[in-house]
Design a protein. Structure first.
Length: 256
């Protein structure tokens, strides 16, 4: 794809040069660190109790008591910070008029969209890598199921990719970054809670709204279970909102 690397490097530089990225990363890591410490502290307390109660010792499971809550907590924090990472991608270009300049370059619209998505996803992946030292330190104390942990991280990365794709779309529909962030958060929150309506609906609509819920699909990853259906869901989610972004950009080009 001609021009992909140029747009990718430009967006990646803009992300890492912006103070807001470091504020987001700091906030994410502090909150995620607190959640991880809380889970480890609870596991440690349960281990001391299990030393005096053999029945309780059989119920100790590091994946269920530490990593699974940690991954689910990360998904909540990601819901809050992902709109901030994506809000400027197209909104800023529309406000400054550089989008029209981008149209004059020999770069296809789909290449620019994919490059912007790859840049913000790479920035998110860097933040996630910063959470690994605590997990590796825990691995020196206990014997964790590394494959299950890798599955959990894969789920968080896919969830983050889905959130970023939706955020890019909302950024493409407005010139105001704050509005883009609010729209992104509102849409993500809707996909977060839509599964709660299952109890109010009968089949098949109840099954449909449950499938649309992002929380339903992250739970399997958090347990260390790799389900192809969950992977397909996130890939379709990402593809759908990148396609909507492409159509929105095409519409903007047509309107001039």
């Amino acid at each position: 794809m001609k021009g992909f690397s140029s747009v990718y490097r430009k967006e990646l530089y803009s992300l890492f040069a912006a103070p807001v990225f470091y504020a987001v990363a700091f906030t994410f890591l502090v909150i995620s660190g607190y959640f991880f410490y809380s889970s480890v502290a609870f596991y440690n307390m349960a281990s001391f109790q299990a030393a005096q109660n053999p029945m309780l010792a059989r119920q100790l499971n590091m994946m269920d008591m530490v990593m699974r809550p940690f991954f689910l907590d990360l998904s909540i924090v990601l819901l809050l910070i992902s709109p901030i990472l994506t809000m400027r991608l197209y909104a800023e270009e529309r406000k400054t008029g550089t989008m029209e300049l981008l149209f004059t370059y020999p770069i296809a619209d789909h290449t620019a969209v994919l490059a912007k998505f790859a840049a913000v996803f790479s920035a998110f992946a860097v933040i996630m890598i910063a959470t690994l030292p605590g997990v590796f330190l825990l691995g020196t104390i206990v014997s964790p199921a590394w494959k299950a942990i890798a599955c959990g991280y894969l789920g968080i990365l896919l969830l983050g990719g889905a959130f970023m794709a939706l955020g890019i779309f909302t950024s493409s529909v407005t010139q105001n970054q704050i509005i883009a962030a609010v729209l992104s958060f509102g849409a993500l929150l809707m996909f977060w809670i839509i599964g709660w309506m299952k109890s109010l609906m009968g089949p098949p609509m109840g099954d449909v709204v449950e499938y649309l819920s992002v929380t339903r699909h992250i739970e399997s990853f958090a347990k260390g279970v790799l389900d192809v259906r969950d992977v397909v869901y996130y890939l379709l989610f990402i593809s759908f909102f990148l396609f909507l972004t492409l159509r929105q950009i095409g519409s903007h080009r047509w309107r001039g």
